[in-house]
Each structure stands twice: as C-alpha cells, then as structure tokens.
Design a protein around this ligand. Sequence first.
Ligand code: S3P
Length: 174
Amino acid sequence: MNKNILLTGFMGTGKTTISHELHRMARMEEIDLDAYIVEKTGCSINEIFEKQGEQFFRNMETESLKEILNKTGLILSCGGGTVLRTENVDLMKQNGKIVLLTAEPQTIYERVKNNNERPLLNQNMSIEYIAEFLEKRKSAYFQAADIIIRTDGRNIADICQEILNKTGKAFGKI
Ligand code: S3P
C-alpha cells in the first residue's frame, strides 16, 4: 500500500515549494519533517546542530519519521539528508512513494544562497561546494527514489501535476 507522497532531494531542490503546491492541488495534508522537529524540540535546526550535534538531529529525524508515518494520505517533505539512513528509507518505502526532486548545483545555489538556516551550507555557500556535496549523496538519492523529477527551469504546477500523475497510480485515485 502506498499512501503517502514522500518528497526527497538535496537542499534547494524545491521540496517545500512543491509540497505547498501539491497540498493546494490535491488537498492532502502536508507535513514538513524539519518543521516537525523544530516544534518537537523547541529549537531551530541551526541550534540543534550547534548545541546537540548532527547525530542527535539524525536520531530526531528517524524518531519523527516513525511518528509521522503512523498517518496516511500525507505529503511529507523530508530533509535533504533523510534518505542517508537505510532505516529511514525502509520506513519510507513501506509507507509511500519516494519522489526525488533534482536540480543542478547552479540552480540550487541560486535558491539557497540568501538563506542561513542550513547548517551544512552556512560556512560553505558556493556552487563548487554544493556540486561536491551533491556528488557524495547522489547514489543514496537515486537508490531510494521511486520517481525522479528534474526541477530546473520548470513551472511548479507542471512539476506537481507530473508527481500526481505518477503517484496517482499507486493511490488508485487521489
Ligand atoms: C539537511 C537538509 C535540511 C535540514 C538539515 C540537514 C541535509 O533540510 O534537514 O539542515 O542534511 O541535507 P532541507 O533539505 O529542507 O534544506
């Protein structure tokens, strides 16, 4: 049974934007994994990384994913690193279709350069760094994905329609 749409992809590939539009178009409930963790801990993502470290954040990601995926009919926007843990991917595969959003390093840079809420990019804001980082994660993203959607230069509504068409098969009808 595939009951949820699970959005993944590197930082800046458009997960949040696409999630909002999917919510509007399909009237499915929308949850953002990072926002859920911020609410659960009462700390920003930057504060969690600074004070508790990345491992703590990754454990919170897994714990939160388990809690959230008790529900169905969701659009869940995951963090850029969520699919790096096999345990998370297994959980996601059991509970929905994993939609990978992709974008070129240049596109990602343009989308994230003025934002300082991403601890893993804050000190390293450059196209070169993003390209290297993306390369290291590429195989994890592609292995986890059920559906792959390129976002560069594309209209948000078109991307969402494609996602709904492709995941619609899994739902029967959304
Ligand atoms: C991360 C991506 C972030 C957030 C955290 C770690 C990552 O989410 O979960 O800063 O490891 O790629 P977004 O992809 O929504 O920016």
